[in-house]
Ligand binder design. Structure first.
Ligand code: SIN
Ligand code: MN
Length: 202
């Protein structure tokens, strides 16, 4: 388990965790996942289309529509989610120190103008398991708040290759992405930001 570069409001931030070569290998592995499980635009439980496009790998995928937020065993096209790439599982094992595999790797794609409002990750059964986040591609302005809604917040730019561990006392801390710097990274030819979050669901 490597030591984090910095700790912000209980989140362990590992700046530059992945080398350029590792980032490229990860994007290649994700291409296979996206082919089997194409990105889609979920709606919030209020019926509003999200600006972030999503898909998942693993036993479950995170899903949202007018019925609420939940995990589903199948992609909306009816097929099971593809397996979580080994490259992602290796990061999970190293950074969390856990042998138990995550059940879900949520893949968020932020195109130009996409953002994610402040929220808690609370659709999992057991909050003693951390959530691990991996950023690839364009920079994203990540905002960290409090366990309760509102209050003071602090923000940090997450860059390609950064890894964040959201666990322990901070497992239910609100967080979101205000904006991305579209085109700031050369990792993906058409630009955009990918964020992976690994979760233990059951
Ligand atoms: C999320 O909270 O699901 C995504 C966080 C991020 O994009 O960095
Ligand atoms: Mn989240």
């Amino acid at each position: 388990m490597p030591a984090p570069t910095l700790r912000l409001r209980g989140f362990d931030i590992h700046k530059g965790y992945l080398s350029a070569t590792d980032q490229q290998a990860l994007v290649e592995a994700l291409r296979g996942v996206l082919k089997a499980a194409p990105l889609f635009s979920p709606t919030t439980r209020f019926g509003k289309k999200m600006s972030v496009r999503m898909t998942s790998a693993g036993k479950y995928g995170w899903y949202s529509d007018g019925r609420g937020y939940r995990y589903e065993p199948r992609h909306p096209n009816g097929t099971p989610w593809p397996p979580i790439p080994e490259e992602v599982l290796a990061i999970w094992r190293d950074v969390t120190g856990h042998d138990r595999q995550p059940d879900c790797c949520l893949i968020n794609f932020y195109g130009e103008g996409a953002r994610m409002g402040m929220h808690q990750d609370r659709d999992e059964a057991d909050f003693t398991w951390p959530v691990l986040s991996v950023s690839l591609g364009d920079d994203g302005l990540f905002r960290i708040g409090n366990e309760e809604r509102g209050g003071k917040t602090e923000s940090i730019w997450l860059e390609s290759g950064d890894v964040v561990l959201m666990g322990g006392e901070a497992r239910l801390t609100h967080h979101g992405v205000d904006r991305i710097r579209f085109g700031s990274s050369r990792l993906m030819p058409k630009g955009g930001r990918i964020n992976l979050t690994c979760r233990v669901v059951d």
